[in-house]
Each structure stands twice: as C-alpha cells, then as structure tokens.
Design a protein around this ligand. Sequence first.
Ligand SMILES: *Cc1c(COP(=O)(O)O)cnc(C)c1O
Length: 367
Amino acid sequence: MKVPYFDLPAQIRALRPELDAAIARTLDACSFCLGPDVAEFERAFAAFTGAAHCIGYNSGTSALHVAMRLLNVGPGDEVITTPYTFVATSWAIAYVGARPVYVDIDEQSMNLDPGLVERAITPRTKVVMPVHLYGHPFAIDPLLAICRRHSLPLVEDAAQAHGARYRGRPVGTFGELAAYSFYPGKNLGACGEGGALVTNRADYAARARSLREHGSNVRYYHDEVGYNYRMEGIQGAVLGVKLRHLPAWNAARRRLALRYHELLAGTPLRLPRETPDAESVYHLYVVRHAARDRLREYLSGRGIGTALHYPVPLHLQKCFADLGYKPGNFPVAERAARECLSLPIYPELTDEQHAFVAAAIGEFTGW
Ligand SMILES: *Cc1c(COP(=O)(O)O)cnc(C)c1O
C-alpha cells in the first residue's frame, strides 16, 4: 500500500465536472482579473466566516502584507508574532520595514504562548499577529485581553484555519483583520494562488480593495502606493465550487484526527490535543517524537509520505539573521522543530490507508 502525504489529484478528479463547468463560464465571460466570480466568492466566504467583508487577493502573503498596511505598520514599528509558522507571517512585517518580535510557543498547542506576550510589548509595538497553527485556534481570549489592555490591534493569520472555531464561533472576526491563504494544499485551495482578508470594519475593507488595485478606486487616479494583488477570476470560480465542499472536508479531517488520537494513544508519540475552547480543522496532524528522523525514514520505507512543519523556526532563518536572535532564544519552538512530524490527513485518505499509517507507527515504536 502507498500512502502519499497529500493527494491533490484525488481531490481534483472528484471535482472535475464541477470545476470544468465553473472555469468554462469564466472563460466565456473573459472575467479574468477580479470580476463576478470573485465577488460572488467574497460574499460566500464572508458568510462562511461570519465577517461583514471579504476581500480576495492573489495570495495569502499579499493579504497579510495589506493587513500591515491597513494598520499603518512601518519602519521602526514592532509586531509581536510567533517564530513557529510558515515564513510568510513574518514576510508581511518585513515588507513594510517593521521588525518581527518573536515570542515562544506553548508546548501543547504550538501556538503563541499568551503568558509570554506582555513582557515583549514595548512603546514601538504596533500589532499582535499570532497564527492559528495547523488549523487549531490560538488562545484568543487571553490574547485579546492583553491587546485591549495595551490598545493594540490583533491580526489573525488564519491561513491554515478556514472554518476552525473558538467558543463555537468561526475564527476570522476575533481580531481587527484575518488573513487566509488558498494555496492548493490548504483546507480550501485554489487551482493556483489565492488569499483573502476578512474584517467587520467597512473602512478597512474599502482601503483593502483599493490597495489590491494599485491604490486606486477610480481608474488612473491613485490615492496611495498600492499593489497588483487582485484575485484571478478563474480562482474565484474554483474557490466558489470548493467552498461548498469545505464543511464536509473539514468534518472528514476531524474524523480522521479523532481516529488517529485513538489509534496512537498508547504510543510514545506526543499527539495534538484540542484545548477546551477550540475546534481545530486539522489542516495538519503533527505528532512529536524524539527520534523523529528515524521514524520518518521508517514510514518512508513502508511507502508512507510525511512532512515537516516546520524544521527551522523563523528566528534561526538566514533571512532574519539581522534581527540578532540566537539558538536557545525560543527553546519550545526549537524543540518542536526537531521533533515535529506531519502525518497524512486529508478527506480522500481511506480508512485502510489511515489504519496502515497507525500500524506502521506502532511497529516502529514497538507498541
Ligand atoms: C500558507 C500560509 C501563508 C501564505 O499563504 P500563501 O497563499 O502561500 O501566500 C501564510 N501564513 C501561513 C501560516 C500559511 O500557512
């Protein structure tokens, strides 16, 4: 048996007639840059997250960048964020000339540790930007309490958490702004690149639309320096099709995760666990083991694909060397980077494949 780490071809095969029809309509209309398919998807995704406004972009990275612009973050400013995430969270900060200020993560959730945030706040702090890592909501209430005490806006990097819930409410509207990615491997993925911002604030939404279109509301009149960050029409059409399947896909991921919890409970692996307030959408199922590399090789030998999210924390990346961080600054994140292993989890994974993965892990750990 082969168990690929991710099986995008299986997902696309199942959707092919629906996708073909949606893309054909966009081709007929020649609405390639924004257009009605994107507008329709924005309405549907706003409703999905419970936000008043959704603005589509050409990537999640672009959406995060625009979030920093909307909050007027610039040179000399600091943004408190996690060192344990995909690099794009920090790109947004670097793009506007500000400084990422890292705070270590919580051992169990691997999300930003709210207990460490307050001492990182300085007069230069402009924003707090945690990540709902692996689809599991971060500690929203404790972080919002800190933000309110210091009059700081919270930005949610929700790129891995489409539909995740905190105290029963979808993530995305707890902060001032939330950014999503529709990279093909995400729980909701385009056939190409895509991203979005959601917000309840009409003023942010209006400026967010202008910034994605060259800083312009009226063609050839430019109010501020903007970008070409428009979502493509075809991606809007594709995302409109896929969004209708997302609730069932998220439910399938949750079912697989709960089953992994059961099958792996007796092994020495450290398993992900939901906090009482949170409902994860299991973008990734990341276990931890001290002999991670040997376990990974063993599974590979049995035809099982795995991945590492993430092998190097951001404070130790070459691109951020000038921030002056050193090994040992964030011990929890550094240990997570050494021990993490992402197991296959996607709606198309069969029960047989799933049981095969669990059995192979049992063999390796002698359980
Ligand atoms: C995927 C991702 C992004 C970037 O999204 P792109 O659409 O690839 O630009 C940002 N943050 C996190 C946490 C992500 O996982």
